[in-house]
Write a protein that binds this ligand. Structure first.
Ligand code: HEC
Ligand code: HEC
Ligand code: HEC
Ligand code: HEC
Length: 217
Protein backbone atom coordinates (compact mmCIF):
# COMPACT_ATOMS: atom_id res chain seq x y z
CA UNK A 1 0.00 0.00 0.00
CA UNK A 2 2.82 2.42 0.90
CA UNK A 3 4.47 1.81 -2.49
CA UNK A 4 1.32 3.05 -4.32
CA UNK A 5 1.41 6.27 -2.25
CA UNK A 6 4.84 7.47 -3.44
CA UNK A 7 4.10 11.02 -4.58
CA UNK A 8 6.10 13.45 -6.71
CA UNK A 9 8.11 14.65 -3.68
CA UNK A 10 9.39 11.19 -2.92
CA UNK A 11 10.22 10.67 -6.59
CA UNK A 12 12.31 13.81 -6.59
CA UNK A 13 14.06 12.83 -3.40
CA UNK A 14 14.83 9.40 -4.84
CA UNK A 15 16.34 11.06 -7.92
CA UNK A 16 18.29 13.50 -5.80
CA UNK A 17 19.73 10.75 -3.64
CA UNK A 18 20.97 8.82 -6.64
CA UNK A 19 23.57 11.55 -7.34
CA UNK A 20 26.43 11.10 -4.86
CA UNK A 21 27.89 14.28 -3.25
CA UNK A 22 30.99 14.36 -5.46
CA UNK A 23 28.63 14.14 -8.45
CA UNK A 24 27.62 17.75 -7.88
CA UNK A 25 31.25 18.79 -7.81
CA UNK A 26 31.76 17.05 -11.19
CA UNK A 27 28.63 18.72 -12.64
CA UNK A 28 29.78 22.09 -11.30
CA UNK A 29 33.21 21.59 -12.84
CA UNK A 30 31.80 20.66 -16.26
CA UNK A 31 29.47 23.69 -16.17
CA UNK A 32 32.44 25.93 -15.41
CA UNK A 33 34.42 24.52 -18.35
CA UNK A 34 31.45 25.00 -20.71
CA UNK A 35 30.96 28.57 -19.49
CA UNK A 36 34.66 29.31 -19.95
CA UNK A 37 34.53 27.86 -23.49
CA UNK A 38 31.46 29.93 -24.34
CA UNK A 39 33.20 33.03 -22.98
CA UNK A 40 36.34 32.27 -25.00
CA UNK A 41 34.23 31.95 -28.19
CA UNK A 42 32.46 35.28 -27.63
CA UNK A 43 35.87 36.89 -27.02
CA UNK A 44 37.21 35.47 -30.28
CA UNK A 45 34.11 36.61 -32.15
CA UNK A 46 34.33 40.01 -30.52
CA UNK A 47 37.93 40.40 -31.61
CA UNK A 48 36.90 39.57 -35.16
CA UNK A 49 34.22 42.27 -35.02
CA UNK A 50 36.85 44.66 -33.69
CA UNK A 51 37.68 45.15 -37.40
CA UNK A 52 40.89 46.72 -38.63
CA UNK A 53 42.57 47.18 -35.28
CA UNK A 54 46.35 47.66 -35.08
CA UNK A 55 48.10 45.19 -32.74
CA UNK A 56 51.76 46.21 -32.89
CA UNK A 57 54.77 44.18 -34.05
CA UNK A 58 55.24 42.19 -30.82
CA UNK A 59 52.05 40.28 -31.65
CA UNK A 60 53.46 39.28 -35.04
CA UNK A 61 56.80 38.41 -33.43
CA UNK A 62 55.18 35.55 -31.52
CA UNK A 63 54.62 33.62 -34.76
CA UNK A 64 57.12 35.30 -37.10
CA UNK A 65 60.30 35.68 -35.02
CA UNK A 66 62.69 35.59 -37.99
CA UNK A 67 60.92 38.32 -39.94
CA UNK A 68 60.73 40.31 -36.71
CA UNK A 69 64.47 40.05 -35.93
CA UNK A 70 65.33 41.01 -39.48
CA UNK A 71 62.82 43.88 -39.60
CA UNK A 72 64.05 45.27 -36.25
CA UNK A 73 67.44 46.00 -37.87
CA UNK A 74 66.00 48.01 -40.77
CA UNK A 75 66.12 51.78 -41.09
CA UNK A 76 62.35 51.99 -41.49
CA UNK A 77 61.90 50.28 -38.10
CA UNK A 78 63.91 53.11 -36.51
CA UNK A 79 62.52 55.96 -38.60
CA UNK A 80 60.69 57.57 -35.65
CA UNK A 81 64.03 58.66 -34.18
CA UNK A 82 64.62 60.84 -37.27
CA UNK A 83 62.04 63.24 -35.80
CA UNK A 84 64.13 63.94 -32.69
CA UNK A 85 66.08 67.20 -32.34
CA UNK A 86 69.74 67.04 -33.30
CA UNK A 87 69.27 64.01 -35.57
CA UNK A 88 70.19 64.35 -39.29
CA UNK A 89 71.18 67.99 -38.83
CA UNK A 90 72.73 68.50 -42.29
CA UNK A 91 69.86 66.76 -44.04
CA UNK A 92 67.22 68.80 -42.21
CA UNK A 93 69.02 72.08 -43.00
CA UNK A 94 69.14 71.14 -46.65
CA UNK A 95 65.33 70.90 -46.88
CA UNK A 96 64.68 73.93 -44.63
CA UNK A 97 63.59 71.97 -41.56
CA UNK A 98 64.82 73.16 -38.14
CA UNK A 99 67.41 70.58 -36.96
CA UNK A 100 66.92 71.60 -33.33
CA UNK A 101 63.12 71.33 -33.39
CA UNK A 102 61.36 68.34 -31.83
CA UNK A 103 59.10 66.86 -34.52
CA UNK A 104 58.05 63.82 -32.45
CA UNK A 105 54.59 65.32 -31.83
CA UNK A 106 54.24 67.08 -35.19
CA UNK A 107 51.10 65.98 -37.04
CA UNK A 108 52.78 66.82 -40.37
CA UNK A 109 55.44 64.16 -39.84
CA UNK A 110 53.75 61.41 -37.82
CA UNK A 111 51.64 59.76 -40.58
CA UNK A 112 54.74 58.37 -42.32
CA UNK A 113 57.06 57.90 -39.35
CA UNK A 114 54.58 55.88 -37.23
CA UNK A 115 52.03 53.08 -37.74
CA UNK A 116 48.26 53.58 -37.94
CA UNK A 117 48.18 57.19 -36.71
CA UNK A 118 44.67 58.09 -35.53
CA UNK A 119 43.22 54.69 -36.50
CA UNK A 120 41.79 52.08 -34.08
CA UNK A 121 44.63 50.60 -32.04
CA UNK A 122 47.11 52.78 -33.94
CA UNK A 123 49.82 55.23 -32.87
CA UNK A 124 48.82 57.91 -30.36
CA UNK A 125 52.11 59.16 -28.97
CA UNK A 126 55.56 57.77 -28.25
CA UNK A 127 54.73 57.90 -24.55
CA UNK A 128 51.55 55.77 -24.81
CA UNK A 129 52.16 53.56 -27.88
CA UNK A 130 55.96 53.16 -28.28
CA UNK A 131 55.40 49.83 -30.10
CA UNK A 132 53.85 51.66 -33.04
CA UNK A 133 56.58 54.27 -33.49
CA UNK A 134 58.33 53.86 -36.83
CA UNK A 135 57.33 51.78 -39.84
CA UNK A 136 56.16 48.42 -38.47
CA UNK A 137 54.72 45.19 -39.88
CA UNK A 138 51.22 46.57 -40.17
CA UNK A 139 52.40 49.62 -42.20
CA UNK A 140 52.99 47.26 -45.10
CA UNK A 141 50.78 44.25 -44.27
CA UNK A 142 47.68 46.07 -42.99
CA UNK A 143 46.17 46.13 -39.47
CA UNK A 144 46.27 42.66 -37.91
CA UNK A 145 43.13 42.89 -35.73
CA UNK A 146 41.20 40.31 -37.77
CA UNK A 147 43.71 38.26 -39.73
CA UNK A 148 46.57 37.83 -37.27
CA UNK A 149 45.01 35.38 -34.87
CA UNK A 150 41.74 34.20 -36.36
CA UNK A 151 42.86 33.44 -39.89
CA UNK A 152 46.55 32.72 -39.27
CA UNK A 153 46.07 31.04 -35.91
CA UNK A 154 48.30 28.07 -35.21
CA UNK A 155 45.22 25.83 -35.44
CA UNK A 156 44.71 26.96 -39.03
CA UNK A 157 48.24 27.07 -40.53
CA UNK A 158 46.99 26.21 -44.05
CA UNK A 159 44.64 29.21 -44.37
CA UNK A 160 44.26 30.67 -47.85
CA UNK A 161 45.78 34.05 -48.67
CA UNK A 162 42.39 35.01 -50.12
CA UNK A 163 40.75 34.54 -46.69
CA UNK A 164 43.49 36.50 -44.96
CA UNK A 165 43.12 39.31 -47.51
CA UNK A 166 39.38 39.46 -46.83
CA UNK A 167 40.35 40.10 -43.19
CA UNK A 168 42.67 42.93 -44.12
CA UNK A 169 46.04 41.31 -44.84
CA UNK A 170 48.02 43.09 -47.53
CA UNK A 171 50.00 40.35 -49.22
CA UNK A 172 52.11 40.54 -51.15
CA UNK A 173 52.58 44.28 -50.48
CA UNK A 174 52.73 46.09 -53.80
CA UNK A 175 54.02 49.50 -54.82
CA UNK A 176 50.73 50.95 -53.59
CA UNK A 177 51.69 50.07 -50.00
CA UNK A 178 55.06 51.81 -50.37
CA UNK A 179 53.65 54.90 -52.08
CA UNK A 180 51.56 55.67 -48.99
CA UNK A 181 54.78 57.18 -47.60
CA UNK A 182 57.26 57.26 -50.46
CA UNK A 183 55.60 60.20 -52.16
CA UNK A 184 56.08 63.91 -52.74
CA UNK A 185 54.59 64.84 -49.34
CA UNK A 186 57.86 63.67 -47.78
CA UNK A 187 60.13 66.72 -47.25
CA UNK A 188 62.99 64.52 -48.46
CA UNK A 189 61.27 63.16 -51.54
CA UNK A 190 63.69 63.08 -54.43
CA UNK A 191 66.71 64.14 -52.33
CA UNK A 192 68.20 60.68 -52.59
CA UNK A 193 68.07 58.59 -55.73
CA UNK A 194 64.61 58.42 -57.27
CA UNK A 195 62.51 55.91 -55.33
CA UNK A 196 61.22 53.37 -57.80
CA UNK A 197 59.11 50.86 -55.84
CA UNK A 198 59.11 48.34 -58.65
CA UNK A 199 62.90 48.20 -58.28
CA UNK A 200 62.94 48.29 -54.49
CA UNK A 201 59.86 46.32 -53.46
CA UNK A 202 61.98 43.72 -51.68
CA UNK A 203 64.52 46.17 -50.26
CA UNK A 204 64.52 47.85 -46.91
CA UNK A 205 61.68 45.74 -45.44
CA UNK A 206 63.08 42.48 -44.00
CA UNK A 207 64.71 39.28 -45.19
CA UNK A 208 62.32 36.74 -46.65
CA UNK A 209 61.97 33.25 -45.29
CA UNK A 210 60.41 30.18 -46.79
CA UNK A 211 56.76 29.62 -45.78
CA UNK A 212 55.75 26.01 -45.03
CA UNK A 213 52.48 25.96 -46.96
CA UNK A 214 51.34 27.29 -50.28
CA UNK A 215 48.56 29.71 -49.34
CA UNK A 216 47.88 30.81 -52.88
CA UNK A 217 48.17 34.42 -53.95
C1 HEC B 1 54.46 61.44 -46.90
C2 HEC B 1 55.24 60.74 -45.87
C3 HEC B 1 56.25 61.54 -45.04
C4 HEC B 1 56.03 62.68 -44.31
C5 HEC B 1 54.74 63.47 -44.18
C6 HEC B 1 57.28 62.98 -43.65
N1 HEC B 1 58.23 62.05 -43.98
FE1 HEC B 1 60.17 61.99 -43.36
N2 HEC B 1 60.56 60.49 -44.69
C7 HEC B 1 59.61 59.85 -45.45
C8 HEC B 1 60.29 58.94 -46.38
C9 HEC B 1 59.58 58.02 -47.37
C10 HEC B 1 61.66 59.09 -46.15
C11 HEC B 1 62.81 58.41 -46.93
C12 HEC B 1 63.34 59.41 -47.93
C13 HEC B 1 62.35 59.62 -49.07
O1 HEC B 1 62.29 58.80 -49.99
O2 HEC B 1 61.62 60.63 -49.06
C14 HEC B 1 61.79 60.07 -45.07
C15 HEC B 1 63.02 60.46 -44.54
C16 HEC B 1 63.16 61.38 -43.50
C17 HEC B 1 64.44 61.73 -42.89
C18 HEC B 1 65.81 61.17 -43.26
C19 HEC B 1 66.38 61.94 -44.44
C20 HEC B 1 67.76 61.47 -44.85
O3 HEC B 1 68.27 61.99 -45.86
O4 HEC B 1 68.33 60.59 -44.18
C21 HEC B 1 64.15 62.68 -41.91
C22 HEC B 1 65.16 63.37 -41.00
C23 HEC B 1 62.72 62.90 -41.94
N3 HEC B 1 62.15 62.08 -42.90
C24 HEC B 1 62.06 63.80 -41.14
C25 HEC B 1 60.73 64.20 -41.36
C26 HEC B 1 60.12 65.33 -40.68
C27 HEC B 1 60.80 66.21 -39.63
C28 HEC B 1 58.84 65.43 -41.15
C29 HEC B 1 57.77 66.45 -40.80
C30 HEC B 1 58.14 67.85 -41.00
C31 HEC B 1 58.65 64.33 -42.13
N4 HEC B 1 59.83 63.62 -42.22
C32 HEC B 1 57.48 64.08 -42.82
C33 HEC B 1 58.25 60.03 -45.41
C34 HEC B 1 57.63 61.14 -44.83
C1 HEC C 1 54.52 54.12 -43.07
C2 HEC C 1 55.38 54.74 -44.07
C3 HEC C 1 56.22 53.88 -44.98
C4 HEC C 1 55.82 52.82 -45.77
C5 HEC C 1 54.41 52.20 -45.90
C6 HEC C 1 56.99 52.38 -46.49
N1 HEC C 1 58.08 53.14 -46.14
FE1 HEC C 1 60.03 52.88 -46.78
N2 HEC C 1 60.62 54.44 -45.60
C7 HEC C 1 59.80 55.18 -44.76
C8 HEC C 1 60.62 56.13 -44.01
C9 HEC C 1 60.09 57.14 -42.98
C10 HEC C 1 61.96 55.93 -44.42
C11 HEC C 1 63.22 56.68 -43.95
C12 HEC C 1 64.10 55.80 -43.08
C13 HEC C 1 65.49 56.37 -42.96
O1 HEC C 1 65.94 57.11 -43.83
O2 HEC C 1 66.17 56.06 -41.96
C14 HEC C 1 61.92 54.86 -45.43
C15 HEC C 1 63.06 54.34 -46.07
C16 HEC C 1 63.04 53.33 -47.01
C17 HEC C 1 64.21 52.83 -47.72
C18 HEC C 1 65.63 53.38 -47.57
C19 HEC C 1 66.25 52.88 -46.31
C20 HEC C 1 66.83 51.51 -46.45
O3 HEC C 1 66.65 50.70 -45.52
O4 HEC C 1 67.44 51.22 -47.49
C21 HEC C 1 63.77 51.81 -48.56
C22 HEC C 1 64.62 50.97 -49.52
C23 HEC C 1 62.33 51.70 -48.39
N3 HEC C 1 61.93 52.63 -47.46
C24 HEC C 1 61.54 50.80 -49.06
C25 HEC C 1 60.15 50.66 -48.87
C26 HEC C 1 59.33 49.70 -49.60
C27 HEC C 1 59.85 48.75 -50.67
C28 HEC C 1 58.05 49.84 -49.14
C29 HEC C 1 56.80 49.07 -49.56
C30 HEC C 1 56.90 47.61 -49.54
C31 HEC C 1 58.09 50.89 -48.12
N4 HEC C 1 59.37 51.35 -48.00
C32 HEC C 1 56.98 51.32 -47.40
C33 HEC C 1 58.43 55.08 -44.64
C34 HEC C 1 57.65 54.08 -45.24
C1 HEC D 1 58.35 48.01 -45.59
C2 HEC D 1 57.31 47.01 -45.78
C3 HEC D 1 57.26 45.78 -44.89
C4 HEC D 1 57.34 45.74 -43.52
C5 HEC D 1 57.55 46.90 -42.56
C6 HEC D 1 57.17 44.35 -43.15
N1 HEC D 1 57.01 43.57 -44.28
FE1 HEC D 1 56.67 41.55 -44.31
N2 HEC D 1 56.79 41.56 -46.37
C7 HEC D 1 57.00 42.70 -47.13
C8 HEC D 1 57.22 42.29 -48.52
C9 HEC D 1 57.49 43.23 -49.68
C10 HEC D 1 57.12 40.87 -48.55
C11 HEC D 1 57.35 39.92 -49.73
C12 HEC D 1 56.15 39.71 -50.56
C13 HEC D 1 56.53 38.86 -51.74
O1 HEC D 1 56.92 37.69 -51.55
O2 HEC D 1 56.45 39.36 -52.85
C14 HEC D 1 56.84 40.46 -47.17
C15 HEC D 1 56.67 39.12 -46.77
C16 HEC D 1 56.36 38.71 -45.47
C17 HEC D 1 56.05 37.34 -45.06
C18 HEC D 1 56.02 36.10 -45.96
C19 HEC D 1 57.30 35.30 -45.77
C20 HEC D 1 58.55 36.06 -46.10
O3 HEC D 1 59.45 36.10 -45.23
O4 HEC D 1 58.65 36.62 -47.21
C21 HEC D 1 55.81 37.37 -43.71
C22 HEC D 1 55.46 36.19 -42.81
C23 HEC D 1 55.96 38.75 -43.27
N3 HEC D 1 56.28 39.54 -44.37
C24 HEC D 1 55.81 39.18 -41.97
C25 HEC D 1 56.20 40.45 -41.52
C26 HEC D 1 56.33 40.81 -40.12
C27 HEC D 1 56.05 39.89 -38.95
C28 HEC D 1 56.75 42.13 -40.08
C29 HEC D 1 57.11 42.97 -38.87
C30 HEC D 1 58.04 42.38 -37.90
C31 HEC D 1 56.84 42.59 -41.47
N4 HEC D 1 56.52 41.54 -42.29
C32 HEC D 1 57.19 43.88 -41.85
C33 HEC D 1 56.99 44.02 -46.69
C34 HEC D 1 57.08 44.41 -45.36
C1 HEC E 1 49.05 32.94 -34.10
C2 HEC E 1 50.15 32.97 -35.01
C3 HEC E 1 50.29 34.13 -35.99
C4 HEC E 1 50.27 35.48 -35.71
C5 HEC E 1 50.01 36.17 -34.37
C6 HEC E 1 50.57 36.15 -36.95
N1 HEC E 1 50.77 35.24 -37.94
FE1 HEC E 1 51.25 35.61 -39.88
N2 HEC E 1 51.18 33.61 -40.33
C7 HEC E 1 50.98 32.60 -39.40
C8 HEC E 1 51.09 31.30 -40.06
C9 HEC E 1 50.95 29.94 -39.38
C10 HEC E 1 51.38 31.59 -41.42
C11 HEC E 1 51.66 30.57 -42.53
C12 HEC E 1 53.16 30.31 -42.50
C13 HEC E 1 53.62 29.16 -43.37
O1 HEC E 1 52.93 28.69 -44.29
O2 HEC E 1 54.78 28.70 -43.13
C14 HEC E 1 51.43 33.05 -41.55
C15 HEC E 1 51.69 33.72 -42.75
C16 HEC E 1 51.85 35.11 -42.86
C17 HEC E 1 52.12 35.82 -44.09
C18 HEC E 1 52.22 35.18 -45.49
C19 HEC E 1 50.80 35.02 -46.01
C20 HEC E 1 50.63 34.09 -47.18
O3 HEC E 1 49.48 34.03 -47.67
O4 HEC E 1 51.58 33.42 -47.60
C21 HEC E 1 52.22 37.16 -43.78
C22 HEC E 1 52.49 38.31 -44.73
C23 HEC E 1 52.01 37.29 -42.34
N3 HEC E 1 51.78 36.04 -41.83
C24 HEC E 1 52.04 38.48 -41.66
C25 HEC E 1 51.70 38.62 -40.30
C26 HEC E 1 51.67 39.90 -39.60
C27 HEC E 1 52.01 41.24 -40.21
C28 HEC E 1 51.28 39.63 -38.31
C29 HEC E 1 51.04 40.61 -37.18
C30 HEC E 1 50.04 41.65 -37.41
C31 HEC E 1 51.07 38.19 -38.22
N4 HEC E 1 51.35 37.62 -39.44
C32 HEC E 1 50.68 37.52 -37.07
C33 HEC E 1 50.72 32.75 -38.05
C34 HEC E 1 50.59 33.99 -37.39
Amino acid sequence: MSKDRIGPDENLRALHLRIPPYGWAVIGFITLILAALAFYRTQATYEHLAEDKYLGPSRCKACHPRQYESWAKTRMAHSFSLLRPGVKVQEKWSVKLDPLADYTHDARCLPCHTTGLGLPGGFVSFETTPDLAGVTCESCHGPGGSYAELVMGSRNPRFSTADARKSGLIYPPTEVACMACHNSRSPFFGTADWFDPSQRINQGAHEHFHVNYDHGR
